[in-house]
Design a protein around this ligand. Sequence first.
Ligand code: EPZ
Length: 422
Amino acid sequence: MDKLLVHGGTPIHGTITISGSKNASLPILAATLLTEEDCVIRRVPDVSDTNYMVQILTGLGSDVERFSGTVRVNAADITDTAPYDIVRRMRASVCMMGPLLARKHRCVVALPGGCVIGDRPIDLHIRGLEALGAKTEVAGGNVILSAPGGLKGANVDLCGDNGPTVLGTDNVMMAAALAEGTTTITSAACEPEVVDLADFLNSMGAKVSGAGTPVITVEGVEKLHGCVHNVIPDRIEAGTFMAAAALAGEGVTLRRVNEGHLASISQALRKAGHQVHFNDTGDACTVHRGETPMPAEIVTEPYPGYPTDMQAQMTALFVTTPGTSVVVDTIFPQRFMHCAELKRMGADITLSEGKAIITGVKSLSAAPVMASDLRASAALVLAALTAKGTTEINRLYHIDRGYEHIDEKLLALGANVERVRE
Ligand code: EPZ
């Protein structure tokens, strides 16, 4: 139950290095279940979600070693039932289904519970895996998928009411890698994390093509082997620090980023009057707060559109930007838990279905606030950087789920923060 004290008003500046991507690491760790051989994954961020995934792999019987950002997994001898006690703590455990079903022809995974960011069904995952021949049963709070004769390649469309599904695309891609025949996934998610998983699968000997486009083709193979892989940089961690720099910065440089992955975030910050410069190789960027910050409209969309995981941070930026800004979340229309807490700090925000209308105020005042989910807590930290006084951010475990040592990185940028262990 750690909390973070943020003594506001100190500008941030300097250089930090961005960690590996949480959302690429999770499905890649799950994909190690597809082979009996050793997989070595580097740049896995030390955050609670990857720790949960390591615990689930161990609970399934894998031999796992972890040392400073590198995880070695050997899943030679595994069961088909994921441990409920860990699975219930992390929605992303759902990406166990594809690899377990492909490898063991059966899997038992707890149905995910409720989520504060909104309704998160898994109907598209089930639709995709059933198209490959799996039979589904729901019993005792678990989803049980079985395919005694193995999976068969098929055409699968993964378009839902709110667009494609990221982990659904991952699940079907992993299952199809060991299926008999060819699978074509249409309306696939195009996120860089999906591409990183496809690269990992291909390093294991899979035949995946088209990742990063809405049409992915997977030619099933009989067996996959071990490999070594470096995870891509975390574009959402990078985006969060870019927004922090626009809010409270006097020149913040981020090393180990990917310019292409940050295109929509850079564009949004420039539209809001801030400066974003990448170096020639596009793997480092420097952000300066603009002289005349401007209100803007942000609409979240599947990649390459503006990410929903950066919606809250942008809302925090607009809270003290003169004029009226609008933020629309088309992927998780209820994902505005941070707004009530920002209002406790003096923000002027009006919410209506899937939209926040933000009227900029001169300044915020510090207050005790409650983190509700990963990205909402990042927004509270950003707002607190400029607020007058000391803001107390409670339930810090939310931010530790996806940001590696965020307090140490903020301290390295000169912010006046302290973690209080409880
Ligand atoms: C991934 O979640 C990310 N998580 C989320 O990041 C991110 O917000 C989300 O993609 C969207 O970009 C990881 O990668 C671990 P979806 P995922 O399935 O795959 C609906 C963070 O902050 N849907 O792409 O679970 C769903 O309700 C996290 O790091 C169905 O209707 O999200 C949503 O509206 C939070 N049926 C939309 O699709 C389904 O079967 C997109 O969800 C699946 C999804």
